[in-house]
Write a protein that binds this ligand. Structure first.
Ligand code: XMP
Ligand code: MG
Length: 187
């Protein structure tokens, strides 16, 4: 099968940070822990569009727990690489989460602003439980007091793309997580 790989990004890519194999193995590991937590429970996983599409798809298939899936789209970034701190709902859940066990699935936590806003927004809808699983977490997330139950990888403070993550909507379909060359984003 033909695959996009690092070479196809040419000069845009600085390096591959996390390979497809490492992501796959990590999701199996996380799925086992999530299965243990929600055994016998009815679980709704909520993916945050668009970045979490790949994590949702692969994590959901690694889980043994039957789940239902819903999606939310929020915007905190505009087109650049800096968090604005202003979160807008672009698409709300289709599901009433009152009394449900809800797991938010994120691609990346950077400043933590998006997630802390999401936790208070969804928390106010009175779910039975509300937890978070993220594939990636950057160091700044430590500055915000938020509980993240399951973290795939703690990564350095660099802009990353691939596996759902974009720069100006590009690179989401790369099967790995890579760092961009500074010339791409003017760094
Ligand atoms: P905050 O700062 O609110 O950011 O925790 C969360 C959202 O910001 C986006 N984000 C990134 N997207 N590469 C990306 O492609 C990155 O390195 C990056 N850092 C933050 C992402 O949409 C995430 O949900
Ligand atoms: Mg983005």
């Amino acid at each position: 099968m033909m695959r996009v790989d690092a070479k196809d990004m040419g000069a845009d890519l600085k390096e591959v940070l996390i390979t497809k194999e490492e992501i796959d193995a990590k999701l199996v590991e996380l799925a086992a822990k999530i299965d243990a937590e929600y055994a016998g429970k009815d679980l709704l996983i909520v993916g945050v569009l668009k970045g979490a599409v790949m994590v949702m798809a692969d994590l959901a298939r690694a889980l043994s727990t039957p789940v239902t899936m819903d999606w939310m789209a929020v915007s905190s970034y505009g087109a650049g690489t800096q968090s604005s701190g202003v979160v807008r709902i672009l698409k709300d859940l289709d599901t009433d989460i009152k009394g449900r066990h809800v797991l938010i699935v994120e691609d990346i936590i950077d400043s933590g602003l998006t997630l802390s806003w999401l936790l208070s927004n969804l928390g106010s809808r009175e779910p039975e439980s509300l937890k978070v699983c993220t594939l990636l977490r950057k160091p700044d997330a430590a500055k915000v007091a938020i509980d993240v139950e399951w973290v795939g990888f703690d990564i350095p403070n660099e802009f990353v793309v691939g596996y759902g993550l974009d720069y100006a909507e590009k690179y989401r379909n790369l099967p790995f997580v890579g760092t961009l060359a500074p010339h791409v984003y003017g760094g």
